[in-house]
Design a protein around this ligand. Structure first.
Ligand code: UD1
Ligand code: UDP
Length: 362
């Protein structure tokens, strides 16, 4: 069996890393196809280095563009490679344009598709990610759902029971595999002069937040109020998109917020796991905070990770007044919520499912 692992952005590299490691461990034939959706060193190569991943066999270098153009370039590039180096199955992860292009290209070539992190739904069709994940799910042959809740969403959309496998989320595998290493090797707390539990961490990059003047202003204003009330610094490793938009809107970073470059995974894990609370609009960070038992306040109006809210690990604050109320509430959490997203063996379960399917296995 030959597997093509298609990835292109920061979270896909992180969440595919346990699957790549597992392929190596099991001696499976595989290759990595990188679309180049993310390309800056701190959004791409640093993760290959820190997670000790083999280099991608192919890199399409598509870069940033309008969604249609970017996805079209990926689709054409992936198709060409899948024809030339035909795998028995492709694996895509999550909900980015890379996932959409990968699933579509494989579907046209009648190559089996495994969607890792299937069945997430925000029920918000204005998000590009919602379209991407729905199309990926409906073209896939193997839907690796992180929770029973995701499985239910898929069943409700008419996807056949026998295509869905609840595996947990590889975000847990990655966190478990790297937490100790990050505590030993990363030095970010020292570098920033921080003490555990005496700072907040923030990330924000969603188009609907940072491309909107009003919403981005609401987030920065929220951080300003948080600093006034709690007196703890907010460490904000900002996505390049966010840095660009703060500049374009001419915003000033409020007192108490410390804007820094995006961090490597080891540094980010160390920072996140020592935080008093996390503010984020990231999908992966909502999950990780839950796994690391750090209270989370989500800077969005909805989430495709409602399980984190159900167990009490997360509150949905939006980008205005509610940020401060949600923080007051979450900061009191005892962090004893029910465990979500599996035991850290999602990659192993995913590959064993693929391997035991005779139509893929050769
Ligand atoms: C993409 C995904 C989003 C995911 C996020 C992970 C889509 C539709 N969006 O959003 O779901 O949560 O990745 O981080 O697929 N840029 C750089 N260097 C890079 C990459 C981007 O400077 O390596 C800047 C460029 O100005 C670019 C902007 O960031 O225009 C946005 O990049 P893009 O890949 O379009 O979307 P993300 O916001 O990264
Ligand atoms: N992350 C990182 N450095 C940072 C911010 C985040 O390594 O400065 C990691 C984080 O640990 C998580 C992932 O990036 O695993 C989340 O990616 P992102 O927020 O870009 O995308 P999303 O999960 O929203 O798709």
């Amino acid at each position: 069996m030959k597997i093509a692992i298609i990835l292109g952005t920061r979270p896909e590299i992180i969440k595919m890393s346990p699957i790549i490691r597992e392929c190596e461990k099991q001696g499976l034939e595989y290759y990595i196809l990188h679309t180049g959706q993310h390309y800056s060193y701190e959004m791409d190569k640093i993760f290959f280095e820190q997670l000790k991943l083999p280099p991608a066999k192919y890199n399409l270098d598509v870069g940033s563009d309008l969604h249609g153009k970017q996805t079209a370039k990926m689709l054409a590039g992936i198709e060409e490679i899948l024809i030339k180096d035909r795998p028995d199955a492709v694996l895509v992860q999550g909900d980015t344009n890379t996932v959409l292009a990968g699933a579509l290209a494989a579907s046209k070539l009648k190559i089996k598709i495994g969607h890792v992190e299937a069945g997430l739904r925000s029920f918000d069709r204005t998000m590009p990610e919602e379209t991407n994940r729905i199309i990926a799910d409906h073209t896939s042959d193997y839907l690796f759902a992180p929770t029973e809740n995701s499985k239910r969403y898929l069943l409700n959309e008419g996807i056949s029971h026998d295509k869905i496998f609840v595996t947990g989320n590889t975000v847990v595998d990655a966190a478990y595999q790297n937490l100790e290493i990050s505590r030993d090797r990363a030095d970010i707390l020292k570098e920033l002069g921080l003490t555990e539990k005496e700072y907040f961490v923030a990330t924000a990059h969603r188009a609907e937040n940072v491309d909107s003047k009003e919403r981005l202003a609401g987030i920065l204003n929220g951080f300003s109020q948080i600093y006034k009330e709690f007196g703890l610094p907010i460490i904000f490793p900002a996505h390049p998109r966010t840095v660009k938009m703060i500049g374009e809107f001419g915003f000033k970073v409020p007192e108490g917020s410390i804007l820094i470059e995006p961090l490597g995974y080891l540094e980010f894990l160390q920072l996140e796991s020592g935080a008093k609370l996390v503010f984020t609009d990231s999908g992966g960070v909502q999950e990780e905070a839950c796994v690391l038992r750090i209270p989370c306040v989500t800077l969005r109006d909805n989430t495709e990770r409602p399980e984190t809210v159900d167990v009490g690990a997360n509150l949905i604050a939006g980008c205005g007044e509610k940020i401060i109320y949600c923080t007051r509430k979450m900061i009191k959490s005892d962090c004893e919520w029910e465990k979500l997203y599996g035991n850290g063996n999602a990659a192993e379960l995913t590959l064993s499912k693929l391997r035991c399917d005779n139509s893929v296995q050769k």
